[in-house]
Design a protein around this ligand. Structure first.
Ligand code: ZN
Length: 216
């Protein structure tokens, strides 16, 4: 165990609801509940670098998936290329803006906010930049995480493709392939994140800032 004094926090066990004071831990360690022994949280090795690398990949794929067309449809010689946002906007053209919002918000807006928000937070922690608004961003990214449904969006695109193939010539664009890999990279990035590690790192960063202020 560490000999230097590390900040401690109150933690509620998800299994037995026991409230306990837990010290911040070093990478590679796990904290178990004092009452029931179940795992409270862990601080994985490369807990910042690994999700940062995956989030960078997800951010690049997100840009490609949104800039390049997902598919090109050819009906009777008339060709139309559609990006992810275009495919949601079709509902507006059909007079159903609520459907457009239901598709676009969880499929594009929320995942975009989470990807770039997490990139900002992880970049700030990794390079010890202490950038502003990292804490509220992390709160909002955690809250919105269950509402990002790119996999459902992808499923919708695949269903639309199967139906469209019978009616028109459909060509998949680079946006589609980027979107498929993005869904995987995003899932890997969010799975590799340990929220407690981020909060601990942000806490240490602000402690460091406070000490630097006091020394001045
Ligand atoms: Zn417990």
């Amino acid at each position: 165990m560490a000999t230097e004094e590390r900040p401690s926090i109150c933690f509620v066990c998800h299994e037995c609801d026991a409230l306990q004071q837990v010290s911040a831990i070093k990478p590679g360690n796990t904290v178990n509940c004092l009452c029931c022994g179940s795992k409270l949280f862990s601080n994985p090795v490369n807990g910042i670098e690994k999700p940062l690398a995956l989030i960078v990949a997800a951010a690049i794929l997100f840009i490609v998936a949104n800039v390049y067309p997902v598919m090109t449809i050819n009906i009777a010689g008339i060709e139309r290329a559609a990006t992810l946002t275009d495919s949601a906007m079709i509902f507006i053209e059909l007079g159903r803006p609520e459907l457009a919002a239901m598709v676009w918000i969880p499929g594009v807006l929320i995942p975009g906010f989470i990807i770039f928000g997490l990139f900002y937070i992880l970049f700030s922690i990794r390079f010890n930049l202490a950038l502003p608004y990292t804490r509220p961003l992390l709160v909002w990214a955690s809250r919105l995480l269950p509402w990002a449904m790119m996999d459902v969006f992808l499923l919708g695109v695949l269903v639309a493709l199967v139906k469209l193939v019978a009616l028109a010539s459909v060509f998949l664009g680079p946006g589609f392939y980027a979107f498929v890999v993005l869904v995987l990279a995003y899932a890997a990035a969010t799975a590799s994140l340990e929220p407690h590690t981020l909060w601990q790192a942000l806490g240490e960063q602000s402690d460091g800032q406070r000490e630097a202020c006091c020394e001045r």
